[in-house]
Design a protein around this ligand. Structure first.
Ligand code: PGA
Length: 271
């Protein structure tokens, strides 16, 4: 089974001034390395309007540039939308799709989320598909069913070019921005189920290679425990990605977790 390189994403949401964005990006870029076998892949997702200047600020570094959303359409009469070609032109290589603040906050329907994910992968970029249950759904015992249905609707008909091009972010809605984190055990159980569904949809080899990352109040003090779980391959960080030192501490936890792994065959290597 392949070892999975951890993926750490910083979702800045609708935060930062232009100056703060450039400073934060430069600070993160300085601390990101990709010279060891266990160095995580790290991406930041600034607001659309700062993408070009952030691209300039991180050029030459190992930090990847991501967008928080995209249009499913190539061009045309879609006021306010931003196309993948535009994003590529400013250096974007990965895109968040289906974040709960769009899925629930803006009532983005599953078909639109699926169309965006297909467009991202079709354009040759990496898609980070966000899924997760609300508090009500969790309390009703529907966590696995919700994750499965969100995965099925987004991945239907998809042929993935390479497993590194799709990242699944499990983000329980009740944990996002609330300071409440899923326990490591609960998160691991959800991740294991998600990987099982991926196996049914895409085959077990592909499912074993896709990174399934956790999001929802991940911080330097809980990141290591979460990422020590066998099916948690990194994190999507909101609040704690707005301070370079906090975000880099989480990147470090991912690196340590990677380095703590014995050679392929056990723990991370067994999947
Ligand atoms: P949070 O956000 O870390 O602030 O909970 C995570 C996310 O929404 O991706």
């Amino acid at each position: 089974m392949p070892e999975r390189t951890p993926f750490i994403g910083g979702n800045w949401k609708m935060n930062t001034t232009a100056r703060e964005a450039v400073e934060l990006a430069a600070g993160v870029a300085q601390g990101v390395k990709a010279d060891g076998p266990h160095d995580p892949q790290v991406a930041i997702f600034p607001p659309f309007v700062w993408l070009g200047m952030v691209d300039d600020a991180i050029r030459g570094s190992q930090l990847r540039l991501g967008a928080q959303d995209c249009s499913p359409h190539a061009n045309g009469a879609h006021t306010g939308d931003v196309s993948l070609a535009m994003l590529e032109e400013v250096g974007v290589s990965c895109v968040l799709v289906g974040h709960s603040e769009r899925r629930h906050g803006l009532a983005e329907p599953p078909e639109r989320i699926a169309a965006k994910l297909h467009a991202v992968l079709g354009a040759g970029l990496t898609g980070v598909l966000c899924i997760g249950e609300t508090l009500q759904e969790r309390e009703a015992g529907q966590t696995d069913a919700v994750n499965e249905s969100q995965l099925r609707s987004a991945l239907r008909g998809l042929s993935i070019v390479g497993p590194d091009r799709l990242v699944i972010a499990y983000e329980p809605v009740w944990a996002i921005g609330t300071g409440r984190t899923a326990s490591a055990g609960d998160a691991q159980a959800a991740h294991r189920h998600i990987r099982g569904v991926l196996g049914t949809l895409l085959g077990s080899t592909t499912a074993g290679s896709i990174r399934v990352i956790y999001g929802g109040s991940m911080k330097p003090d809980n990141a290591a425990e979460l990422m020590a779980q066998p099916d948690i391959d990194g994190g999507l960080i909101g609040g704690a990605s707005l301070k370079a030192d906090q975000f880099l501490a989480i990147v470090d936890a991912a690196r340590r977790e990677g380095k703590a792994q014995p050679a392929a065959g056990t723990h991370r290597g067994h999947r």
